[in-house]
Design a protein around this ligand. Sequence first.
Ligand code: UT7
Length: 326
Amino acid sequence: MTRAKIVGVGAYAPKHILTNAELAKLVETTDEWIVQRTGIRERHVADDSEATSDLAVRAAQQALERANLGPEEVDFIVVGTTTPDMVFPTTANFVQHKLGARRAGSVDVLAACTGSIYSLSIGSQYIQSGKYRTVLCIGAETLSRITDFTDRGTCVLLADGAGAVVLQAAEDGAGVLDADLYSDGKYWEYLYQPAGGSRHPATAETVAGRLHYAKMKGNEVFKVAVRMFGDCAATILERNGFRAADLDLFIPHQANLRIIEAAVKRLGLPMERVLVNVDRYGNTGAASVYVALEEAWALGRIAPGDLLLLAAFGGGFTWGAALVRW
Ligand code: UT7
């Protein structure tokens, strides 16, 4: 059976690090509150010259190098992002051009923080169908650009970064075993950016009203996220005949340590089998699962044959999970 095997991983975090202490100078918060309620200690923030595609290209180049592939071998590029360079053309278009991926078609997928799972699922379907041989899946965000640094409910969470995987057709049993995608638009008001689209195009009023920044009902997001996270993880395991005990590593979306811990408890997994890096990266949206996967790989926490579960949730609401045999 042909599967989409992950043959290269890459990640990129902007150089500038924003600490909790620095945020405490901008809004009424403390390092202690942020660490206790979110687990976050610091996050990376892009500088003025960096747009989302710049971060994406760095992660993609590393993933391609590690896969020993050149950009001209890429057939298709999927970029998960909530913070595109421009409304159009797509960020994937910029990535395709900057990489020199001459043969590749490209598309953006906007599934908020679930952009990693959505892009992985789309990429793996193209491989499994036989349409493409090499697909680059990327999650990249500059969430700092839609963060209101006067809103303590969001500015302590959101961050910038990019991660990428190269998928290639393989017959050796390794690869994406399954991926489930979900959405429920009735929750849209829990997490959204009001202005800048066709509903509220940019005007002096929308700018004055700070409507181009992400708005979040954090508490509501928290409750729904814990439930959906746990449910989709349990569903994909069961349908594929696995138990949580079969997992070698769980790589969850890094939004809040307490959400990860609650989901892990529901799954009945020991924390030693969970990759957590939210303390150093914050919530990098569509990038987070790929950034965490790259860290797991670089630390030698993944070996051939390992069973991995990736799961994410985000604005929309969107959520999803993927099972990967390494
Ligand atoms: O990818 C998906 C993205 N979003 C998420 O995953 C967010 C999910 N939600 C969360 O992570 C949490 O709900 C937050 C971290 C946003 C908030 O934590 P919480 O424990 O749910 O706090 P809360 O909203 O219930 O607020 C408790 C108190 C409130 O004060 P009062 O009304 O009790 O006086 C808040 O105003 O904490 C206050 N508060 C803060 N205090 C210090 C909210 N943010 C802060 C802050 N520093 N940064």
